[in-house]
Design a protein around this ligand. Structure first.
Ligand code: CTP
Length: 419
């Protein structure tokens, strides 16, 4: 695909429009896409046609607007349109559209196309705030995201209902940026090797019990997926999680802080950068029992714990050229504690995370973080999906380039095997 001139020159985009009041904004979006020299085929649902006429889109796109799965047309549109498309952009996407896509329902042209397409699919939802927050909608969004769809989350502000909330179709430039990066993903991490830790560690008390924490691993996995997509070679050292390894990412599973420390230290020399997203246990039982502790033994008055190695601190002593990124999971005085950790841990970038804030922290699919770097820059991000947070972290890391004395960009170097 030649992509010279405007950002979308030569790209074929299917613009799906569904029945939200924001359907009128799709008209302006279509004009922008045409200005960017994209070839656009508009597909409208019956609901969308109640808000805006197909003729409007037909005139502006210069192409037939498809509205019906059973249209008397020579070609099978549900197959031919997605086959030729570089991306499908659904804006606005209603809750109904998200639900049908998540469940694989195919009762109209647009939803059927989603089952036949191989190209990137971008949803820009728009609906009332209560609907967007509804757990069913959230689950469908998460399902779609997990399957690789790109969700451009709605904005907060006044809604058609007269209320204020999160549900407005995202700003046009954000939708266009998502589309552009979907059709020509940035490869700005190409040639770099990234070591990422994720998830909790488990410190055994006996063969069946352990001390652990609430980390789900989602942030670290999102980072691994985002970095891979941006061209990095990624090794993910993961504590126990319920997550699927991202495509193209090598995963090394560990359980304890000690195992995680060894795995990471032994690969430090291989890497250009290390992100410690894992929630490493700070303490472990001093003498784990080799046999299961029996109830009949009576109460356990004390369980002596000893500190684990601080992996990040150790990395900062041993690193030569690698960029180091840490997380600060805090429950109070976020900025003060984060500043302290930035220096105490000797990292280049610290991601401060109030794990008790709504929509942030363990288990959540979203996160609100503040980035603090060694140059004194502070970047407070809004509430974003963990995947979007990952992209922002990776972009910020590149601004800290050149990594201190970074090795030559190359992917030829052999990764040292585990010690
Ligand atoms: N970390 C680490 N090794 C440990 C503990 C934490 O490498 N034994 C890393 C984490 O992966 C994270 C950073 O250090 O990137 C900060 O972790 P956090 O739990 O926020 O802080 P702690 O150092 O554990 O300090 P405290 O629990 O007192 O806040």
């Amino acid at each position: 695909m030649q992509n010279t001139g405007p950002a979308l020159t030569g790209f074929r985009i299917v613009l799906g429009v569904t029945g939200s009041i924001a359907a009128y904004k799709a008209v302006s979006l279509l004009r922008r896409l045409r200005q960017e020299s994209a070839h656009v085929n508009v597909v409208m649902t019956a609901g969308a046609c109640r808000f805006v006429t197909p003729l409007t889109f037909e005139v502006l796109s210069g192409a037939h607007v498809a509205t019906d799965l059973f249209e008397a047309h020579q070609e099978m549109l549900h197959l031919s349109l997605p086959e030729q498309a570089d991306a499908i952009l659904i804006a606005p996407a209603t809750a109904n559209c998200l639900a049908k896509a998540a469940l694989g329902l195919a009762d109209d042209l647009l939803s059927t196309m989603l089952l036949t397409t191989q190209c990137p699919v971008i949803f820009a939802p728009a609906m009332d705030g209560d609907m967007w927050r509804h757990p069913t909608v959230a689950e469908h969004v998460e399902t779609l995201r997990r399957r690789g769809a790109i969700i451009v989350a709605p904005d907060e502000g006044p809604l058609a209902s007269g209320r204020v909330g999160q549900g407005r179709l995202a700003e046009e430039h954000l939708i266009l940026e998502a589309l552009q990066s979907a059709v020509s993903p940035r490869r700005d991490w190409a040639g770099r090797r990234l070591l990422i830790s994720a998830g909790p560690t488990q410190e055994p008390i006996d063969p069946v019990r352990f001390i652990s924490n609430r980390s789900s691993g989602k942030m670290g996995y999102a980072l691994a997926e985002a970095a891979r997509k941006r061209g990095a070679e990624v090794l993910l050292v993961s504590g126990p999680t319920a997550l699927q390894p991202p495509a193209g990412v090598e995963v090394l599973s560990v359980e304890t802080a000690e195992e995680m420390g060894k795995a990471i230290q032994s690969r430090l020399a291989w890497s250009h950068a290390v992100i410690m997203a894992a929630a490493v246990a700070d303490f472990r039982p001093v003498r784990p029992s080799t046999q299961k502790l029996k109830k009949q033994q009576g109460p356990i008055a004390t369980l002596p714990l000893e500190p684990t190695e601080d992996i990040l601190r150790e990395l900062s002593k041993r690193r030569t050229t690698q960029l180091l990124v840490g997380f600060a999971a805090e429950t109070e005085d976020l900025l003060a504690h984060a500043q302290e950790k930035l220096h105490a841990k000797g990292v280049d970038l610290l991601i401060a995370n109030d794990v008790t804030a709504a929509g942030s922290g363990f288990g959540s699919d979203t996160n609100r973080v503040i980035l603090l770097d060694r140059t004194g820059r502070t970047e407070a991000l809004p509430l974003l999906s963990k995947r979007d947070v990952a992209d922002r972290i990776l972009a910020h890391m590149l601004t800290l380039q050149p990594m201190p004395g970074a090795p030559e960009k190359s992917s030829r170097t052999q990764r040292p095997r585990e010690e």
